[in-house]
Design a protein around this ligand. Sequence first.
Ligand SMILES: [Zn+2]
Length: 274
Amino acid sequence: MSISTRVIRFVQNELIQSGHRIGSVDGRLGPNTEKALRKELADRAAELPPGWESWPRTRLFTAYVQLRCREEGVNPGAIDGLWGSQTDYAVNVIRERIQNNLTAPNFRDNEELDPHRPHPWPRQTQEEVRAFFGNVGTHQTMLDLPYTHRLAWDKNVLINRYSCHEKVHDSLNRILTRVHEHYGEERIIELRLDLFGGCFNKRKKKGGSTWSMHAWGVAVDYDPENNQFRWGWDRASFARPEYDAWWKIWEEEGWTGLGRSRNYDWMHIQAPHL
Ligand SMILES: [Zn+2]
């Protein structure tokens, strides 16, 4: 049982999404990947056996994979850095889940969210989204923001409007107006509800061939730095109780947060439901 390049690529993608500069996703365990793994493991040192720092690269990689599986709720066996059938099975479960965006367990109970919520929006399949919103990149309009935003990756850049699909325009406007009324300017900045991570962006899904909801301008990202793609509720700031009102406001307009429903990508909120 050996580590496949497919699994290495998957981990390299995650490391890049977490902000590590590892160069290209090449499926090889090179020195830059090792450096990134060491940083990630150092953050989780309490969960590792003593002496892990002196492990060779493949063992560090394996330990990282085992911890990721455990974070995703799939049992990888002991966190020992040794690749076995249990680890191999577990990582393929989480890889499928994350890459295909399909079978992640619901973070919140479906019963709690779904039946009581209106769904004014289509489901997130490419066909249903296209039927409802048209082709990717069409019907875009500018939303004048009820409160000033800052660009998440360059906070000196102030934003007073952004592009979205014309069918979500009024809903977004109501949501952000309510957010503004509920929290007020100061609290919005404190809670980083003004850090804009992007709305319309004609691109494919991460690691996939289908269009992202951003390609229709019907999804928006907030505070990506503190709500990174693979972070769960234990790390993502939007999972904290002070954001309950934020989520309630979005959900009352029928929007879906991936964090709330699938416990990853907490930055991402979309109109189409899952
Ligand atoms: Zn997004």
